[in-house]
Design a protein. Sequence first.
Length: 279
Amino acid sequence: IALKNTEDLHIPWPPEYYSCLVRDLEILGWNKVAYVDTGLTTVTLKAEDSRGRQHLLTLKLNAKYPTEAPDCLVDFPVQFAISWMPQNSLIDIYKQFLAALESLQGFWDALDEIDGQTWVLEPENPRRSATARRIAVGTNVSVNVEVDPRHPNMLPECYFLGADHAVAPLRTKLNNNMHLWDPEISLLQNLKDVLEIDFPSRAVLEKSDFAQDCGICYAYRLDGSAPDRVCDEPRCGQPFHQACLYEWLQGLPTSRQSFNVIFGECPYCNKVRKSKEWG
């Protein structure tokens, strides 16, 4: 019954589709093809940008190709919209793919420098489409930067994570030195100059020096996320996952909630600080 009600299973794709697709692939060059499925409906093309980075373009074709453009899947931080006419071919898509790659070189250069010279806490294995990096500044102190793919050397959105006594000076320096941001130098060097810091070096320190486990679940990763809340008491400074801390404080009879913020005692130093705000 299912087969009878599925018309697509009874309608073979026209022979012209296959001959046209194979011809386009031969003209493009098989050395640029990374994958073709057995039904010749999905094709993955590969390319190397001017910095030697490898990229993939996956095409989902339909029976009306080349009258209709294929769906294009890429690992880009911006939308990849192609210009297509019925007389176009895979070569035209590939050329647009290469042009888009070159337009994003500055963005990937900036993030590759951060990935190579600092300790990035999140994302653990960033994709080429990822625009944010959480960079370790010190023990239980980090800064999350959100980079604009179209303007990678401009001042990014910065969000500091850590105890108030540790991040307050960083916020002050950012506000006071914002005018010093120079789009002619790299994103990483600008961050160092504006925040007046040297990020911990990968060559000297290990990630374990900054990646402390959550004080409640005793794990570093929880559903892929690292601890992002820290006790404000300088003598404590224990990190927690937000989800763990929220669940812990909900179970305390002394906690109180105002909208989406819970006020309660730190699980480690409740005798020192009786009230804490966790967002």
